[in-house]
Ligand binder design. Sequence first.
Ligand SMILES: Nc1ncnc2c1ncn2[C@@H]1O[C@H](COP(=O)(O)OP(=O)(O)O)[C@@H](O)[C@H]1O
Ligand SMILES: [Mg+2]
Length: 251
Amino acid sequence: MSILEVKDVGKRFGGLQALSDVNLSVAENSVHAIIGPNGAGKSTLLNCFVGKLIPDTGSVMFDGQSVLGRKPFEINQMGISRVFQTPEIFGDLTVLENMLIPCFAKRDGAFELNAIGSVQSDKEIGDRAMQMLEEMNMADKRDMHAAAMSRGDKRRLEIGMCLSQEPRLLLLDEPTAGMARADTNNTIDLLKQIKNERDITIAIIEHDMHVVFSLAERITVLAQGTPLVEDTPDNIKGHPKVREAYLGETA
Ligand SMILES: Nc1ncnc2c1ncn2[C@@H]1O[C@H](COP(=O)(O)OP(=O)(O)O)[C@@H](O)[C@H]1O
Ligand SMILES: [Mg+2]
């Protein structure tokens, strides 16, 4: 059964047709990768799943309900969380304070930055945030300033902040971009662990083929805004259309 169903999606920016005829179906509880060269439209497509962009044509259904025209926080409430290409954390706050924010948002529908100072008086949220940090193996870093962490740890925190929302669909836009190999491998292990321990579907945009082939069960290759091919990792490896998409070669 598919949890995300994309039909005939098109999106134009001025004179540029960034997406056209995008059809894509993400199976529930799978890891689905979207790959393609720079400028292929991958981030644009992801933005259409989370209310950041509204496509000009087509539909995007999550669990049978349209996401189009909904505000990002409504989409979050439907069960979709996303990790952007650049980690979206508050560098001047501690690791624990960062984690408190989505925990407040989940319970109260909103948060105020000054609320994080009063966490001692709100045991429920404090406990929940610590529990998430423990799950992310970051409890010992709770008082560190987020800005001081490695890129891999920032990403780990950000993924944990998404998971605190208990999403059914986790979207990641190049989660390992700019990372050292060791951090990349840690991120792969973390995503495998999340997949094993939770009822969750993961859709991941990724450049690094090592990451893609370590995680994905299904791969869609996007080129110039249109899916070229969708298949299993084994069938995608060495596929002439993939060479064409990446290198401009024709088979
Ligand atoms: N907001 C925007 N306004 C105008 N052009 C955009 C905008 N966002 C993306 N583009 C263009 O759309 C194309 C696809 O971009 P993007 O989805 O970011 O590609 P990818 O993530 O695959 O690298 C690119 O040519 C990019 O320059
Ligand atoms: Mg992108």
